[in-house]
Design a protein around this ligand. Structure first.
Ligand SMILES: [Fe+2]
Ligand SMILES: [Fe+2]
Length: 233
């Protein structure tokens, strides 16, 4: 088991569980399942990712303490983003109508879970902890995911497509900002960036609606608050 991963959570632990023993779950059951997932996301270590950490075979180079602090700040922001990604997909799933879209969301959620675990592993290597405001990031993203889902799947997908696009921009800026010698963080962020792009493209292909410009702007402002705060706290 990787260092620091006290809880084994297999891939798919975030499955939406719409059925148990072929019985369709009621809305209350699904809400309780979401609450359970929320607690597991924010209150326990991420556990073991389903796929190897992209930094696994990347050598560790010496970083100055200033470089370490900066890299940890950026990886804490990325970890907070992955907490929000879990919540967003859970929020969508709680109210999703189309089962095909649900299974696409599930695949993305599994990859997001790996991202969460990789960021947590890197933070630990750098001697730092995830954001203490994780419950706030989760609650906010869950509410937004559920609210957009209530408007219908095409708006929910639209929200996901725009979120992933903004996340790609944000990860690009981290690739510019991370210390050049921090090859381990870079390997993780590069893999995440490729997969976020794919999530966004899949949402568009599944019928995402284009969000109105003011909504996109509001999302950028919200993301800025989160990223600036999670860097420090
Ligand atoms: Fe992600
Ligand atoms: Fe993603």
């Amino acid at each position: 088991m990787p260092k620091g991963c006290g809880v084994y959570r297999p891939a798919g632990a975030f499955r939406y569980n719409r059925t148990v023993n072929n019985r369709e779950l009621s809305p209350v059951d699904r809400l309780l399942a979401s609450a359970n997932n929320a607690l597991r996301t924010v209150a326990t270590p991420a556990g073991r990712p389903a796929r190897p950490n992209p930094a696994e075979k990347v050598g560790d180079r010496d970083l100055t303490s200033k470089q370490k602090t900066h890299a940890a700040g950026l990886m804490r922001v990325n970890h907070a983003g992955e907490i929000a990604a879990q919540a967003l997909y859970q929020g969508h799933a709680t109210v999703a109508r189309d089962k095909g879209i649900e299974s696409q969301m599930q695949q993305a959620a599994d990859e997001e879970f790996d991202h969460l675990a990789w960021c947590e592993q890197r933070l630990e290597e750098l001697g730092e902890s995830p954001s203490r405001l994780a419950p706030i990031w989760y609650a906010g993203a869950f509410a937004i995911g559920a609210a957009s889902g209530l408007l219908g799947d095409k708006w929910s997908l639209g929200f996901i497509a725009e979120t992933e696009r903004q996340v790609c921009d944000h990860l690009d800026s981290h690739l510019e900002g991370l210390p050049v010698d921090d090859a381990r963080s870079r390997a993780i962020v590069e893999t995440m960036r490729d997969e976020e792009e794919e999530h966004g493209e899949n949402a568009v292909m599944a019928g995402a609606a284009e969000l109105p410009a003011p909504v996109k702007r509001l999302m950028q402002i919200t993301a800025k608050v989160m990223t600036r705060t999670a860097y420090w706290v």
